[in-house]
Design a protein around this ligand. Structure first.
Ligand code: ZN
Length: 462
């Protein structure tokens, strides 16, 4: 069938006094699809984007239905009545008989379906007429339940929106009859009144797709921080019943399950460092679809994050107190320890304390760190809960009993060590009095602080 055809109205003996309708109506609905255009989207806020995404119709098209020409036809009905005492009686007679007088137009769909009807007085009696042209369209909604975008992305078809006819599941056979505005067609219109109405079916077809999406908040985070993976799915009026959240290393194709269940959001504590891809698969009763992959970067904790941890604060201030308590007029020593994050217990942990050699007032103090503790996992999977060594802390010593002052903060050797071992350096020392120095005989209880040395955070693994 090549488009819709038109048919000339066959009115027989009757003429229509009413003016021809100027517009063609659509049956059964009068809906219009209009596209939403997103412009300038790289610069908009996340809130605005989510807000706009919620307005998306997830509708693609225009496409077409697949008409079964053998079972498609237009049916033309005609009814006449004359010689009645009243218009109402003539009309009642027409409504009773019109379906008995019909003609089939096989394999036709007409754009001027509808009706012409009325009552008319002639020679002292009443007549009535009804002409009604009806389309019977047999079609299959789609040949497949998957839509493939011009870029090769596949999506499940949730519904096939057939122009003015209605919404149907994909791959469904439908026989649609219209127009069927029965009250308008058969109700009594009045004495001496005629009307005609033209209807057509709009067969512009669109596919409504199931589109799951994923929001990673925040997209870059540090170990032991809380992260949220939130599934979004469109159209929102069809909420999925199950969500599978998965993660893979960016450099690997092996997916690991984060959660699989009815919850659309997952809150996790970041446990494995690296660059990952995350996706969500959403299920509806008749469809399943996988979201676009979103990147997630899990960093080691930064210097600021490490020194904000309460266990680190407690442990380093204890080490400083120990260092001061070990100081006498003849001797003093540094102490230090490796700092780890245990993502299983979600706590900071500390290796055993290294105590430096006790030295006299004329000798510089130092501490020799024990071997760096290995990470618990050499190549953790994205869902392991490793323990990582991320920092080394040590103290510097008072000048209270020394004959000369010194510079405060990390030494050149400290910085080399931390960089060499790829760990954050944390050094506790006195606050400077002038020019980055403290003098000889600086009171032992003077203000102290933490200093940063080496990298801001351990290097991100691949
Ligand atoms: Zn040092």
């Amino acid at each position: 069938m090549n488009g819709a055809c038109r048919i000339a109205m066959v009115l027989g003996l009757l003429t229509v006094s009413a003016a021809q309708a100027q517009t063609t109506n659509l049956y059964h609905t009068n809906r219009v699809f209009s596209p939403i255009v997103l412009t300038n989207y790289p610069n908009i806020s996340a809130y605005r984007l989510v807000n706009m995404a919620s307005q998306l119709t997830e509708v693609v098209g225009t496409t077409n239905i697949f008409i079964n020409t053998n079972a498609t036809k237009a049916v033309e009905y005609e009814g006449f009545a004359w010689g009645y005492e009243s218009a109402n009686a003539a009309w009642t007679s027409v409504v009773a008989v019109y379906q008995s007088y019909s003609r089939n137009h096989t394999n036709k769909i007409y754009d001027n379906a509808g009706w012409v009807r009325g009552t008319k007085e002639a020679y002292g009696s009443w007549g009535a007429y009804l002409w009604y042209l009806q389309n019977q369209i047999s079609f299959t909604t789609s040949v497949t339940n998957v839509w493939i975008s011009p870029h090769g992305v596949t999506n499940r078809i949730l519904q096939v929106l057939v122009g003015s006819l209605g919404d149907y599941p994909p791959q469904t056979n439908v026989l649609d009859i219209g127009p069927t505005n029965w009250a308008l067609i058969t109700n009594y219109l009045g004495s001496g009144i005629a009307t005609d109405v033209v209807y057509k079916a709009n067969l512009d077809t669109y596919y409504e797709l199931l589109i799951p999406d994923l929001i990673v908040m925040p997209p870059t985070n540090s170990l032991l921080m809380t992260n949220v993976f939130m599934a979004m799915s469109y159209p929102t009026r069809f909420p999925p019943t199950n969500y599978l959240f998965e993660v893979r290393r960016a450099a690997s194709t092996n997916w690991y399950t984060i959660t699989n269940g009815p919850s659309s959001a997952v809150t996790t504590v970041v446990a494995v460092a690296g660059t990952f891809n995350v996706r969500v698969t959403a299920w509806l009763t008749n469809a399943v679809a996988i979201s676009t992959e979103r990147e997630f970067v899990a960093q080691f904790p930064s210097y600021q994050e490490i020194i904000a941890n309460t266990a680190v604060i407690q442990r380093t201030s204890q080490a400083w107190s120990n260092t001061l308590a070990a100081t006498t007029s003849t001797g003093r020593r540094e102490e230090g320890f490796w700092i780890q994050v245990n993502t299983q217990s979600q706590r900071y942990e500390f290796a055993a304390t290294d105590i430096g050699p006790t030295v006299g007032p004329y000798t510089n103090a130092s501490v020799r760190p024990r071997s760096k503790p290995s990470d618990s996992h050499l190549t953790p999977s994205p869902i392991d809960r490793p323990t990582y060594t991320i920092a080394y802390f040590h103290t510097h010593t008072p000048t209270t009993y020394r004959p000369h002052g010194r510079a405060v903060g990390p030494s050149r050797a400290d910085s080399l060590f931390h960089n060499n071992y790829d760990v954050v350096g944390v050094v506790q020392d006195y606050s400077a009095i002038s020019g980055g120095n403290i003098p000889s005989n600086h009171p032992i209880g003077s203000a102290s602080q933490l200093y940063h040395s080496g990298p801001n955070r351990r290097t991100l693994p691949p």
